[in-house]
Write a protein that binds this ligand. Structure first.
Ligand SMILES: CC(C)(COP(=O)(O)OP(=O)(O)OC[C@H]1O[C@@H](n2cnc3c(N)ncnc32)[C@H](O)[C@@H]1OP(=O)(O)O)[C@@H](O)C(=O)NCCC(=O)NCCS
Length: 173
């Protein structure tokens, strides 16, 4: 049986099986602590009966006015537990937390080359809102898609009208 529970700082000591994935970013300790302190309700973990980390989602709530939204900073599922609906469950948790905070939409950034994740987000109702040029540093840098899904507060669905032009990272608020 899978247990869904809040992520704790102790989980940082045993998430290697998930974070070794090349598409899963590992941040510095203060970054995780900031999320645990400010947005614990957006940081959830799926754990196996033996205590193994199956996957987790880390996010936050941010923005002003009609830009008030939930943001997915990291979503990852261990290769051993993929295609079981784990990511869909974690996403729905964060969407529900964003609904409770009366967000207008939920968004995330994804590498344009990450076809599996893009396909998954589309399946979950997300649209490509805009392209962010050279968002990911590397050799070469890589563009990101900023994908969005409207929450029920955005009755007119204004937040998911795609931009017609790409933007630079410094233009992203
Ligand atoms: C992307 C990722 C989170 C998906 O996790 P998951 O638990 O396997 O996804 P789910 O089982 O919830 O899949 C939900 C839907 O997404 C789509 N999907 C997921 N993985 C897919 C794949 N490998 N190929 C095609 N479609 C896929 C399917 O439509 C799936 O529904 P279905 O199984 O009923 O057909 C996982 O592959 C992963 O951790 N990748 C590495 C990290 C990463 O890329 N994170 C996202 C960064 S923005």
């Amino acid at each position: 049986m899978t247990t869904l529970r809040p992520f704790t700082c102790m989980d940082l000591l045993k998430f290697n099986n998930v974070n070794l994935d090349p598409l899963t970013e590992t941040f510095g300790l203060p970054f995780y602590m900031q999320y645990l302190a400010h947005w614990p309700e957006h940081f959830q973990i799926a754990e196996s009966p033996s205590g193994e980390i199956m996957g987790y989602i880390m996010g936050k709530a941010e923005g002003m006015g009609e830009n008030w939204h939930g943001h997915v900073t990291a979503l990852t599922v261990s290769p051993d537990y993929r295609r079981l609906g784990m990511a869909a469950t974690l996403m729905s948790w964060l969407e529900e937390a964003s609904e409770k905070k009366q967000a207008y939409f939920v968004d995330l950034f994804v590498r344009v080359s990450n076809k599996v994740a893009i396909q998954m987000y589309k399946q979950l109702g997300y649209i490509i809102y805009r392209t962010v040029l050279e968002y990911y540093s590397g050799d070469p840098d890589e563009d990101a898609y900023d994908m969005r899904k409207a929450c029920s507060r955005d009755v007119e669905r204004q937040s998911v009208i795609p931009l017609t032009h790409p933007v630079r990272p410094e233009e992203v608020d």
